[in-house]
Every structure is written in C-alpha cells, then in structure tokens.
Design a protein around this ligand. Structure first.
Ligand code: GH3
Ligand code: MG
Ligand code: MG
Ligand code: MG
Length: 316
C-alpha cells in the first residue's frame, strides 16, 4: 500500500514539475482596469511561475500584444475604459487563432449572459469574480493543456515527422485554389523543386539511418537559407519545395544556385563520417491564372532537365 502511495505521489510530483517547467515559458497578459484585481491575478499566476504582463484596458492590451506576439494566454476583464473585454477579444481573434492563443474572460458583473457572450466572441473560458484560487488555477491549467494539445495536433498534421519542415499537406493548404489572388497581392511567385542527387547511393553506402541524418541536415540548411522568408516543405523522400514569393526570377535563381554551391562544398557531418551531397533544382515562375499543380508540373519538368543535363544544377 505504501509503495502504491509513493508511486502515485511520484507521478503527481513529476506532472507538477513538468507543468511548472512549461509555465516558466508561458507569457500571460492580464487586462483589467482595476489595479487591485490585476495585482491579485498576477500574484496567483506568479505562484505557478508564469511570466505576467499587465495592461489597464483593451487598447493597451492590443498594443502589448503587438510587441509580444508570443503571449500564450490572455486573461481579460469585461468592463474597462476605452475598449472593453469583448472589443479586445474580437480584435485579438482577428490576429490570433484558438491554436495560437487562449483567452479567459473575467467579470464581477452579475449579468448571467456574460460567460456565453465571452465564449461566443472567441474566449476559451470564463470566470466570475470573485473566484476561489483553486478554480482559477484549474481553469488556467486546463486551458493551457488544451492549447498544448492543439499545438501538438497542428504540428502532427502540418510538419514533416523526420525533418520538421512543413509537409505536403501544409503546402497545398496554403497554395491550392487561392493561387491567383495570392500572387496578385504578394507579387511574383516562384517554386523551386529540389531533389538530392543519387540519394539512393547515400542509403546504400552508409545505411538508412545516416540517410535520415543527411535529410535532416539538408532540411535544416534549407530552413537556414530560406525558412525565415519563404515556405519550405518536404514533398516526400528526398524532394523538397520552396515557395519564393515577392522575388523576381533572376534573384530566385541566384539564391538557389548559391544554395547549390554551398551544399556541394560543405560536407554533412553524420554519425558515420562526412557525406557530401549535391542537389538538382527545377524552377518555375507563376504564369497568369495557372494552378499550383500546373506550376509544380513545370517545376518538375525543369527538375527532370536538371537531372538529364548531369545533375548538381538549377534549371528553369
Ligand atoms: P536522382 O539523382 O535521380 O534523384 O537519384 P536518387 O537516388 O536520389 O533518386 P531515387 O528516386 O532513385 O531514390 C531516392 C531514394 O530516397 C530512394 C529511397 O529509399 C530514399 N528515401 C526516400 N525517403 C527516405 C527517407 O525518409 N529516409 C531515407 N534514409 N531514405 C529515403
Ligand atoms: Mg473592469
Ligand atoms: Mg534524388
Ligand atoms: Mg526523388
């Protein structure tokens, strides 16, 4: 019986420690016009090691969010001057989805319809003031656990399991159908289709695990070179795509060719020694009102030409 008890308490403690570690990385914004209320909520959150930022009304909260887009949880009062809680969350939901930020509404108002209205406007939960500490903590932790779970689900659906770049599904969700309007609003668009040369040989020579390491490093270099500005996705196997938007074809070509020369001159360090790889790239630039499938077909044709002309090259 004692053992059982210990095991329970060990698991309980482990869960608590894990949560506290998570909380340390979580920024919470508290929007409330009452200083007393704000300080009180801050003290409750800090007991659980959260990073707390305060705002004294809805407009101030919006400003704070511009400077801190990594805020994970917004706790907002209803009645506030300049902009109330509803105005605030309607604005916030235009910029941050439920997968990106959680919102808990608060009010000391006795109006019973407030909780439903908060939730309809985009809040995840609502608390009536005054509340008991325990309920506050339970709701905050539940809301954040749900957010973590949504983030995990989103990542599993949209990121490539091996290399952590976007997957095919994400790429097509982003570009399918909406192509013409997207290109018009963002300027030129080119797709670079990159395929590692003779990758089968890497697997055959060094083994599949080293092949995986090479793919991970190749994706990391793509992200390093292009990931900040452009969408980098793994299409499957050793084939990747980069969507260059707002850049003309000459500049895009230069970037891709630069990546190619850097790749061939910088061996990849693996658990089985250095491996040098090269890449062939097909490049296609958007033509008026064509579909993403058509662009990809043209990029694939250019890639075929790059392979046929001896590999380690960029073809248009
Ligand atoms: P080419 O220059 O014509 O592109 O030749 P290649 O050998 O790169 O192309 P091919 O399509 O014949 O072979 C691709 C290889 O990539 C075959 C497959 O086993 C390997 N591959 C696909 N996905 C993975 C993966 O996730 N991990 C590893 N290690 N290998 C993979
Ligand atoms: Mg108020
Ligand atoms: Mg290949
Ligand atoms: Mg291939």
């Amino acid at each position: 019986y004692v053992l059982k008890e210990n095991r329970f308490s060990y698991q309980y403690t482990a869960r608590l420690v894990k949560r506290l570690q998570r909380n340390q990385c979580v920024k919470v914004l508290v929007a409330d016009d009452s200083v007393v209320s704000r300080k009180y909520i801050r003290s409750l959150l800090e007991q659980h090691l959260f990073q707390v930022i305060e705002a004294d009304d809805g407009l101030a909260a919006l400003d704070t969010l511009q400077d801190n887009p990594d805020i994970k949880l917004l706790i907002t009062d209803y009645n506030m001057p300049r902009m109330d809680g509803f105005g605030l969350i309607i604005n916030v939901r235009e910029q941050f989805s439920r997968e990106e930020m959680a919102i808990i509404g608060l009010s000391s108002d006795s109006d019973q319809s407030l909780s439903a209205r908060f939730i309809k406007n985009g809040a995840n939960d609502f608390l009536q003031k005054p509340f008991v500490h325990e309920e506050f903590h339970c709701r905050v932790l539940n809301t954040l656990d749900a957010l973590d779970m949504m983030t995990k689900l989103w990542e599993q659906a949209n990121l490539d399991y091996l290399t952590n770049v976007f997957n095919r599904r994400y790429f097509f969700n982003l570009y399918e159908q909406k192509l013409p309007s997207r290109v018009e609003s963002q300027g030129e668009l080119s797709l670079g289709l990159l395929d590692i040369d003779y990758f089968k040989k890497v697997n055959d020579t060094y083994g599949h695990d080293v092949g995986d390491e090479v793919l991970v490093e190749f994706a990391a270099r793509l992200t390093q070179s292009f990931g900040q500005r452009f969408c980098v996705a793994r299409f499957g196997g050793e084939e990747f795509v980069v969507a260059f938007k707002g850049l003309n074809i000459e500049k895009t070509f230069t970037l891709l060719d630069c990546f190619r020369t850097q790749l061939e001159s910088t061996p990849i360090i693996t658990s089985n020694g250095k491996v040098t790889i090269t890449v062939s790239t097909g490049l296609a630039t958007y033509r008026s009102s064509e579909t993403i499938d058509n662009m990809l077909r043209r990029a694939d044709l250019a890639l075929y030409n790059a392979k046929a002309s001896g590999r380690n090259t960029v073809c248009i």
